[in-house]
Write a protein that binds this ligand. Structure first.
Ligand code: UDP
Ligand code: MN
Length: 254
């Protein structure tokens, strides 16, 4: 049987949330043996997300944990000021370690863990590439870091450096969307997690440093020559007219 891909996605309430999660869930429907771990940045599970998951046709686990106020990006803060989604990814890891701690069958510790933000764009081919991850697999990410793409550079089948526009000396100058970890590795390193206080650009390194070395990285997507995931970002919709109607008591509810 195929190893299960556990996709951990942090998500938070905003106008585009349902659209993002619809797009994501309908990509995942094309992927066999995928389990979606959707973690709301919220003090409780919301009916919107619960309903969407229940109707999605996917195997899933619905979790929540609120980012502490002092760690949360405030309106008007530049987006790079604080890492987003760290607590939620850690909550996903916590659930996974708990759920898979005791082997429930021969295959229950066979799997792959991928951290998929809710606004990126994923090719279904990416999931075929990551399915065979032994420890940590890596590939390019498009439209990120002020570049057309960032990627690990591969020579002789090994990652030798990183093509990135910014601080290539970081331990792992990789975007969150650019790697997957085997479930075995997650279970064998029970303390590995994301540091919500990591400086800009170091969130991925805070996790990866605890589980892998550069020499061990497994290149995918044709020796990291193909872009199969894009760090797209959705424009915040303007609600000017909606707000005007609300003010007249004529607004729509949802
Ligand atoms: N996110 C979250 N809480 C927040 C902001 C973001 O859970 O307050 C989630 C978001 O839904 C996404 C991930 O964290 O899945 C990364 O956030 P975002 O896409 O805004 O980051 P960027 O694209 O700037 O890297
Ligand atoms: Mn994003």
């Amino acid at each position: 049987t195929l190893p299960t891909i556990f996709v951990i996605t942090p998500t938070y309430s905003r106008f585009v949330q349902k659209a993002e999660l619809t797009r994501l869930s309908q990509t995942f429907l094309h992927v066999p043996q995928l389990h979606w771990v959707l973690v709301e940045d919220s003090p409780h599970k919301t009916p919107l997300v619960a309903g969407l998951l229940a109707d999605s046709g996917l195997a899933y686990t619905h979790l929540h944990t609120a980012t502490p106020k002092e760690r949360k990006l405030q309106d008007g803060d530049p987006s790079w000021l604080k890492p987003r989604g760290a607590e939620q990814r850690n909550e996903g890891l916590r659930w996974l370690r708990e759920d898979r701690r005791a082997p429930q069958g021969a295959d229950s510790q066979q799997g792959v863990v991928y951290f998929a933000d809710d606004d990126n764009t994923y090719s279904i081919q990416l999931f075929q590439e990551m399915r065979s991850t032994q420890r940590v697999s890596v590939w390019p990410v498009g439209l990120v870091g002020g570049m057309r793409y960032e990627r690990p550079v591969v020579e002789g089948g090994k990652v030798v450096r990183f093509h990135t526009g910014w601080r290539p000396s970081r331990p792992f100058p990789l975007d969150m969307a650019g790697f997957a970890v085997s479930l075995k590795t997650v279970l064998a390193n029970p303390d590995a997690c994301f540091d919500g206080n990591a400086p800009m650009g170091f969130l991925e390194s805070s996790f990866l440093q605890g589980v892998v070395t550069m020499e061990e990285l497994e290149p995918r997507a044709d020796n990291c020559s193909k872009v199969l995931v894009w760090h797209t970002r959705t424009e915040k919709p303007k609600m000017k007219r909606e707000d005007a109607l609300q003010a007249q008591g004529l607004g729509s509810d949802n």
